[in-house]
Ligand binder design. Sequence first.
Ligand SMILES: NC(=O)c1ccc[n+]([C@@H]2O[C@H](COP(=O)([O-])OP(=O)(O)OC[C@H]3O[C@@H](n4cnc5c(N)ncnc54)[C@H](OP(=O)(O)O)[C@@H]3O)[C@@H](O)[C@H]2O)c1
Length: 254
Amino acid sequence: MRIKDSGIVLTGASSGIGKDLLKMLLHEGARVYAVSREIEDTLTFAHKRLTTKNLDVSSEASLELLFQEAEEELGRIDAFIANAGFSYHEFLEEADWQHIVDIYETNVHSVIYSAIKMRELYADSPFHFMATLSAMSFLSLPGNALYSSTKAALRGFFDGFEQELLRKDQILQRVYPVATETEFFTRSGQIRKPPPVQSGYHVARRMLAGLKKDRRHIYPSKLFKYTWKFTPFFYRLYLARERKFFFESLTKDT
Ligand SMILES: NC(=O)c1ccc[n+]([C@@H]2O[C@H](COP(=O)([O-])OP(=O)(O)OC[C@H]3O[C@@H](n4cnc5c(N)ncnc54)[C@H](OP(=O)(O)O)[C@@H]3O)[C@@H](O)[C@H]2O)c1
């Protein structure tokens, strides 16, 4: 898609991957409606083509408000980038009902609802809908089973939803980052990042390139993309190693 002058909604724009992508989109000439729960209090720069809004994406009411206000501001939403998300790094017994509800509302319900809403609003015209999934949508790691399940759920949804789209210029885009240097791990409580680790800037660059080229699947790590596809045996060893680190970290914590 053409980025210049396009109207883009970006969630999770206050930090990490989203914040880097926000700067790149503005640099490329997009008009951006950027949201997170605390973006108005934490973002340290302003821009004439940027509107910020403190908003929690995890409810239907707040998403309805987001679409209404973003359309008023942008005129038309050419691309919606559903990037907000989080993980709990925990032993599964700690995942009580509220944890399960909270992570699904933010990581899954919000993304699915927004994708359907885009199609409803722009049934007869082009649009882009991009979501930040994860390499963990394929490869579930110990301590992140619940998180992985949210991202895997999105893959299932995207694959089916894509079949229902009637226009070739309505483009669903999934991004599969590996571990990325952002606030994500601090927030989830995970001390050790599973290798390989990339920067938020790198992931944002790949997302921008993917947006421009209408890519449906974006793998910011080529190493992950090709080893996952062609050397499944490697991942049996990788998982065994990650499992060992996970149980060692639990022993240290207790
Ligand atoms: N870092 C990684 O290793 C990694 C790997 C694969 C995929 N991802 C995915 O990449 C995306 C971005 O994560 P990141 O690494 O950039 O982490 P991050 O630095 O923690 O950023 C997360 C962003 O989401 C916002 N957010 C969280 N919950 C929200 C909610 N309920 N409503 C609105 N905004 C919310 C946060 O801002 P507020 O606190 O102000 O709301 C923040 O802007 C996430 O979907 C994550 O699952 C990350």
